[in-house]
Design a protein around this ligand. Structure first.
Ligand SMILES: Cc1cc2nc3c(=O)[nH]c(=O)nc-3n(C[C@H](O)[C@H](O)[C@H](O)COP(=O)(O)O)c2cc1C
Length: 226
């Protein structure tokens, strides 16, 4: 499929058909995804594809601990999205219907262990080459050696008609995940990507901030225009 179309329609899919995704499809996706850039070309990323029902059930139980806390603390869908974005106006930029988005995300969470595959993205942090660890704030650079590959993976699946949802709530269960899957000591959990064939197809339009509000030329008071 055409690259721009893939980029514009690779959403967070909340509903999946029960059909399994063949290993060959995952293989093809990783075969292309691995060409993403990484600091020093040190290639820190590993993938673990989870399809075993008992293991997915366990992941679902862990996932729903932080999800339920978040959902219940939020009180209502509207409050939750605003609490996350910190800005009422932001909900209009990012979502057409925040309450429905939250309800869909909750349904997705309740069925987390039933989605066809949960792909754990793992990384050796020693090989992520961060350059911003002495700035007195959270490091962001190290992730750039991991998430470029993860996004490539999602696009390469989209190219093959497979939908995904990028999730990170499971990362807080890294210790338990490593024990369950015999993950080598040097690897950390960077994401869990749910994958499957979409129940409702792919979206025609995703809600995102316009270019003029996110890109500038020479100075932040000069928005990028065509
Ligand atoms: C770093 C990151 C972490 C995310 N974590 C979760 C998560 O734990 N659970 C979840 O339901 N969605 C998660 N998402 C999905 C986002 O909610 C989704 O990408 C965003 O709302 C845009 O959705 P859309 O592409 O369908 O418009 C995550 C996305 C990213 C990029």
């Amino acid at each position: 499929m055409e690259l721009t179309e893939a980029m514009r329609s690779q959403n967070a899919c909340r509903y999946y058909k029960s059909d399994p995704v063949p290993n060959a499809v995952f293989y093809n996706a990783i075969e292309s995804a691995r060409f993403g850039p990484q600091g020093g070309n040190r290639q820190p990323v590993r993938f673990l594809i989870v399809t075993d029902p008992a293991k997915k059930k366990q992941l679902s139980e862990w996932y729903n601990v932080p999800w339920k806390a978040y959902y219940e603390a939020a009180g209502s869908g509207q409050d939750a999205i605003e609490a996350e974005s910190g800005d009422k106006k932001a909900t209009n930029i990012t979502m057409s219907n925040p309450e429905k988005s939250l309800a869909d995300a909750d349904n997705f969470a309740q069925h987390y262990g039933e989605h066809p595959a949960i792909v754990l993205v793992l990384a050796d942090l020693e090989d992520t080459h961060p350059t911003d660890t002495d700035l007195g704030r959270l490091s962001i650079v190290g992730g750039a050696s991991v998430y470029t590959i993860a996004q490539n993976f999602c696009l390469a699946l989209r190219d093959q008609g497979v939908a995904t949802t990028f999730t990170t709530l499971l990362c807080m269960f890294e210790k338990e995940i490593k024990a369950l899957f015999n993950v080598p000591e040097n690897l950390s959990v960077a994401a869990a990507i749910v994958a499957g064939y979409p129940e409702k197809g792919f979206p025609k339009k995703l809600f995102r901030r316009p270019v003029e509000e996110m890109a500038f030329v020479d100075s932040f008071d000069k928005p990028l225009t065509k």
